[in-house]
Design a protein around this ligand. Structure first.
Ligand code: HXC
Length: 258
């Protein structure tokens, strides 16, 4: 892959977007590599948590590639939007927790990529925004939908209609990110969080992700029914059998995860 680095540290895989000439903007070539990396980690049974970040000190992802987008006609724009959305939805629905480590600009498609992750951590130099209306378009990789679900709808509308960027402290205040770290500490913090999650039963973490995400799409009763399914299915796993046995009898050997 030319534009994405894929590394593994124990049970944590890190995907780094690396398109330095354009502050990691998402051209079709970058999206193709991102898709390959996402499919690789999704299929890797030894990856229990994933981090997505951008290369370099300045930018997570500065958006879709404006130079590539500029001359697209309506049909081509729809194809481009659908392709990015397909990959972001894979990230959102994959059976592994995904942490965005936002190390600078997260604009347009960059903010949309971060929002398709389960958890967002930011460096103190991070800048967030949906500047699309200034370019004469709407957000196109899910921004109108995810921002309005993550932060209060009036705040989402202010950000999207205004096209004004916000800094990391404001992103923390509105709940767009979980925490802000000094730039040099961001990746350690993301790895610590990922490893902490990866210590737990991966099937139970995946089931929790499905229950939360699918539950949010429906009514409370539907959500509870989804949770009952996911919860009870866990009783078919060795993680449940041994996890509970180990809790009750610490003399037993700590079980390997399923
Ligand atoms: C293509 C980009 C780019 C982008 C930066 N570059 N962002 N190229 N697409 N999104 C390129 C610049 O052209 C420049 O190339 C180099 O990266 C460095 O950028 P500068 O602008 O010189 O850096 P700086 O002055 O520090 O400004 C940083 C910035 C600014 C504030 C992030 O680059 C910027 O506003 N970028 C665009 C952000 C944006 O509008 N994103 C949303 C895109 S629309 P050269 O060759 O001159 O060195 C979108 C829609 C998604 O994301 C949905 C699609 C379906």
């Amino acid at each position: 892959m030319e534009y994405v680095l894929l590394e593994k540290d124990g049970n944590v895989s890190t995907i780094t977007i690396n398109n330095p000439k354009a502050l990691n903007a998402l051209s079709t070539a970058v999206l193709k590599d991102l898709e390959e990396a996402v499919n690789t980690v999704a299929a890797d049974d030894d990856t229990y948590a994933v981090i997505i970040t951008g290369a370099g000190p300045k930018s997570f992802v500065a958006g879709a590639d404006i130079a590539e987008m500029k001359d697209k006609n309506q049909e081509e724009a729809a194809e481009y939007g659908a392709y990015g959305n397909k990959i972001f939805r894979q990230i959102e629905t994959m059976d592994k927790p995904v942490i965005a480590a936002i190390n600078g600009f997260a604009l347009g498609g960059g903010n949309e990529l971060a929002m398709s992750c389960d958890i967002r951590l930011a460096a103190d130099n991070a800048v967030f925004g949906q500047p699309e209306v200034g370019l004469g378009i709407t957000p196109g990789f899910g921004g109108t939908q995810r921002l309005a679900r993550i932060v209060p709808v009036g705040i989402a509308k202010e950000i999207i209609y205004g096209g004004r960027n916000i800094k990391a402290d404001k992103a923390l205040q509105i709940g767009l990110v979980n925490a802000v770290y000094p730039q040099e500490e961001l990746m350690n913090a993301a790895m610590k969080l990922a490893k902490g999650i990866a210590k737990n039963a991966p099937k139970a973490v995946a089931a929790s992700k499905r229950a939360i995400n699918k539950g949010l799409e429906g009514t409370m009763d539907e959500g509870i029914a989804i949770e009952v399914d996911e919860f009870s299915n866990c009783f078919n796993t060795e993680d449940q059998t041994y996890g509970m046995e180990y809790f009750l009898d610490k003399n037993k050997e700590k079980p390997a995860k399923q």
